[in-house]
Design a binder for this molecule. Structure first.
Ligand SMILES: [Zn+2]
Length: 65
């Protein structure tokens, strides 16, 4: 079982972010959390996930521009 980095609660195995819904909503708010989940899950599907640097999000923006 994967655990939330904030509360050690259960996190679905397929989720890219290791953060549960309760904490995600608490930190970012419901709307932003849904967006973050979608973005990170798509990145995971493409296999280019890199949370530690945050670099991929910036490159994503550059590519889209
Ligand atoms: Zn949590």
């Amino acid at each position: 079982m994967r655990k939330c980095v904030y509360c050690n609660g259960e996190v679905p195995a397929e989720r890219a972010m290791q953060i549960c819904d309760r904490c995600g909503v608490g930190v970012w708010g419901k709307k932003q959390w849904e967006h973050i989940k979608k973005t990170t899950d798509e990145a995971q599907d493409r296999g280019d996930l890199d949370f530690n640097s945050g670099k991929n999000f910036q490159e994503e923006k550059r590519r889209a521009a």
